[in-house]
Ligand binder design. Structure first.
Ligand code: ATP
Ligand code: MG
Length: 412
């Protein structure tokens, strides 16, 4: 992709925000804040988000089927589960034409999560013991009127989440699947470059369940959560459930919650009057669990963890492009033509290349932008590089002159 005509720029005027991810993602014009806690994802930012979500999708496909549930739902779904008045972050939407002669449907909900929405659908189609177990997931925008939206993508009022819902004939079956889902989560955080710093912590089930839920917590100084490590048992506990003794005896660890999985018992299936028919023709309760991953929060966490004073250093799996090609022509058409040729050849070889083809930007600014944007490789074509291309990795200052064929071999 070319810089020019594609809403790819840097914004040196962007101010310093409260966290590194908010600052770097806005200086790099990956995202743009529309209001507190609400962001537009621009071309660079959307590519990163989609890469994160594609990794999650590939792993989820091994344990469930993808669906896309509505964000806008009738209040009835939330009243039925008793949550319409208890979830304080819920957005309730009243349309301008509510109560008009034609329509008297006054209020809707913009979903903050989808247990209330998915259980009635499951209860319509998956009624036999032969249908169970099954699981569906989606990757979607969620709405929560957080009291203090802050820290860039770490806490939004509109944010992205992968949510999976599993349905079972017994709680034992739910437990077996739940353990499998944990392993899939571990693979996801490994592939996202967060494996080494992410642990599972026991936490409260919130308004879902009296059991513990399990949080995937990534160690991060700017994270909002605190967990404690019980070294004897080798178990991590969220602050909200850690015994006082443990809190006195050990240092809290700052973390950001990147995922959370919940055993739900029969709360939502009962509310939806969802039972299944067993082998003997008897109606039986359905056990449910839900599994969330915050994909947009993860994008923020990655920037918090992987950056230096010049900009972002994306893990290769989620980088917006593999190589940032910088053309420095100094007005020399022959150099421009060479940079164009390199761009075409890389593209033809299926290398994901971001080509800084801007004519009105200084070399220093272009190189600075390459550091800010944080692709794994930088390739420079200039009057000095002759028939070669000067390449370097974002994580190193060592430069190398290579031919286009060498470069393609390196990057494919
Ligand atoms: P938190 O404790 O951080 O408010 P939560 O426990 O309310 O999060 P869940 O309902 O468990 O969140 O949502 C699943 C995942 O979605 C979380 O683990 C987190 O990664 C992400 N998430 C939750 N709230 C937000 C938010 N406001 N902005 C961005 N991501 C979020
Ligand atoms: Mg949670």
């Amino acid at each position: 992709m070319r810089y020019s005509h594609n809403l790819i720029k840097s914004n040196k005027e962007a101010r310093e925000f409260d966290t590194v991810n908010a600052t770097l993602l806005q200086k790099g014009v990956f995202i743009d804040q529309t209001m507190a806690g609400v962001f537009a994802f621009l071309p660079l930012g959307l590519r990163v988000l989609q890469k994160i979500e594609q990794i999650i999708r590939e792993e989820m496909d091994t344990i469930g089927a993808e669906v896309f549930l509505p964000a806008l739902v009738p209040t009835k779904l939330w009243e039925q589960t008793g949550r319409f008045d208890t979830v304080d972050v819920l957005f309730k939407a009243t349309p301008a034409n509510a109560g008009s002669a034609k329509r008297n449907d006054a209020t809707y909900v913009l979903n903050s999560t989808h247990e209330d929405t998915v259980a009635p659908i499951a209860g319509k189609y998956m009624l036999s013991y032969r249908d169970l177990p099954f699981a569906v997931y989606q990757i979607q925008t969620k709405f929560r009127n957080e009291e203090r939206p802050k820290s860039g993508l770490l806490r939004g009022r509109e944010f992205r989440m992968k949510d999976l819902y599993s349905f079972h004939a017994s709680d034992e079956d739910r437990e077996a699947y739940y353990e499998k889902a944990k392993e899939v989560y571990v693979r996801i955080f490994d592939r996202l470059g967060l494996g080494a710093d992410t642990v599972i912590a026991l936490a409260s089930g919130g308004d879902f369940t009296d059991d513990y839920s399990h949080e995937f917590q990534t160690k991060l100084d700017t994270g909002e959560d605190t967990i404690y490590h019980d070294e004897k048992e080798d178990v991590f506990y969220n602050k909200e459930v850690a015994s006082p003794e443990l809190q006195k005896a050990t240092e809290g660890i700052q973390v950001s919650e990147v995922g959370n999985i919940f055993p739900l018992g029969t709360k939502f299936t009962e509310a939806a009057e969802y039972m299944y028919t067993n082998e003997d023709g008897k109606q039986q309760p359905v056990y449910m669990a839900s599994y969330g991953i915050g994909s947009s929060r993860i994008m923020g966490v990655l920037v918090e963890k992987f950056h230096d004073d010049r900009g972002i250093i994306w893990p290769a799996n989620v980088a917006p492009f593999t190589v940032h090609l910088v053309g420095i022509s100094g007005g020399d058409d022959a150099v421009t033509a060479k940079a164009e040729a390199v761009y075409e050849k890389l593209t033809a070889a299926n290398v994901e290349v971001l080509y800084d083809d801007r004519a009105d930007v200084s070399p220093g600014e272009k190189l600075g932008d390459a550091d800010l944007v944080g692709c794994p490789w930088r390739a420079v074509v200039s009057g000095k590089t002759g028939d070669s291309i000067e390449i370097k990795q974002r994580t190193s200052d060592a430069m190398e002159l290579v031919t286009i064929d060498d470069l393609i071999t390196k990057l494919t």
